[in-house]
Design a protein around this ligand. Sequence first.
Ligand code: NI
Length: 152
Amino acid sequence: MNALEHFAFWETDVRPYLLDVLRVMPAEKWDFAPVPEIMTFRRMALHIADAEEGWRQVALAELTEWPEYPDSKYAKPEDAICLLGEIHQRTVELLQSKPASWLDDTTKIWDKYTVTYRWIFLHVLEHEIHHRAQMLTYLRLVGIVPPNYGPE
Ligand code: NI
């Protein structure tokens, strides 16, 4: 069993619904935020990507600085969706390359916290779900009914 099998739900449920949410938001609404102080829909999509890539680099002890994906480079929704796909593929490949037992191994982060690799990837998964929920609220605020959630 490889580590990815513990995260199968990410592939079958969590990520597909994120993509549904991203695709239903019209391109002209990607810069919407309910108040100016908080992330736009686009920023949130790109932030899901930078968090996933940043934590993957943390897991590999390769992080030098947190990745940044500027809005200007991802002006089209498809570009952001493509970035999310590329980054997630790297996570999938890393998890596939490790045995399930690796998830219980530990690493030190920020020079002070000891965490398991399971914690790192559960954190990334939760982070995606957290911001996806905010994006669902954004959809409602621009008058869009969110895609159906869960089995019909
Ligand atoms: Ni966040």
